[in-house]
Write a protein that binds this ligand. Structure first.
Ligand code: NAP
Length: 265
């Protein structure tokens, strides 16, 4: 057996991973590493089609199949349309059946106190970070769980160290949305544990990606590095390694766990 391609003997040799928000950052790193571990990947994005296509090209260069699908996970109808495209690709043999989901897509917003936050801001934050993860997981379960006649699978949710720290004066809304993800992970894991589906979360700390620019502080990772016990920000690849491990059969007895990848913070 070629263990470098398929190190997970109990997973089906042909299997698809859906990664939301896969065009850059942690999602792109997960996609590229998963392809090296034998996964076909559905590469989801919202705005940057060229970046998503570049990730798909790397997947195909590693001998795996990739399908690029634009969908805003904060819009239930778009999530349903994404899964319809996945089903069509599986039915026609362009992708393997769905066995993994990484609920990675997530947003921050500009620094604000709670007494300044608009309803529009809060609604967007929770629709993308929380509702999107629920909708994507619900549809994944229908395609993975033994309750629905399938062979099982694995879901990894992206939380954040913010769910422990609260992010006061910066984005308490974001921290609260990730707190919801921690509880969602625990509850869903226990709900489907006997149905062949494992559910875990990774809780990154300060990771060097573009998310900090979208929160108005492009050099936030460098600014915060001295607060990290390891004295540096993490990389998207370091988070991806934890996620891909949780997806693998090496984590076969791990469910309901929230794994900190924070350099000790
Ligand atoms: P990022 O660099 O900002 O990338 C976000 C990705 O999500 C992009 O591919 C983006 O696609 C996509 N996306 C954004 N909104 C979307 C939506 N509504 N539907 C579908 N896709 C959407 O973020 P990141 O730093 O890699 O973060 C990934 C996850 O890790 C997030 O859940 C984040 O909260 C979490 N996290 C990050 C850090 C950190 O320090 N970086 C720390 C803790 C937790 P387009 O560009 O095409 O729109």
């Amino acid at each position: 057996m070629n263990t470098s391609t398929h190190p997970s003997p109990f997973l089906p040799a042909a299997r698809t991973l859906l990664v939301t928000g896969a065009s850059r950052g942690i999602g792109a790193a997960v996609t590229r590493l998963a392809a090296k571990r034998g996964w076909d990947v559905l590469v989801n994005y919202t705005r940057d089609a060229a970046a998503a296509e570049a990730v798909a090209i790397d997947v195909r260069a590693d001998g795996q199949r990739a399908l690029v699908v634009q969908a805003d996970v904060g819009d239930e109808a778009q999530v349903m349309a994404l899964y319809a495209q996945l089903d069509a690709a599986v039915a026609s043999g362009r992708l393997a059946p769905l066995v993994g989901l990484v609920n990675n897509a997530g947003v921050v917003d500009l620094p604000e106190r709670v007494d300044e936050m608009s309803g529009t801001r809060l609604e967007r934050m929770f629709r993308i970070n929380v509702f999107g993860s629920f909708w994507c997981a619900r549809e994944a379960l229908k395609r993975m769980s033994t309750r629905h006649g399938h062979a099982g699978g694995s879901i990894v949710n992206l939380s954040s160290a913010a769910s422990r720290l609260g992010s006061p004066g910066q984005y308490v809304d974001y921290a609260a949305s990730k707190g919801a993800i921690d509880v969602f992970t625990l509850g869903l894991a226990r709900e489907v544990a006997a149905e062949g589906v494992r559910v875990n979360a990774v809780r990154p700390g300060i990771i060097e990606t573009d998310i900090h620019a979208s929160g108005g502080i492009p050099d936030r990772a460098q600014q915060m590095a001295p607060l990290v016990p390891m004295q540096r920000a993490g990389t998207a690849q370091e988070v991806a390694a934890a996620i891909v491990w949780l997806l693998s059969e090496e984590a076969s007895y791990t469910t309901g766990s929230v794994l900190d990848v924070t350099g000790g913070r």
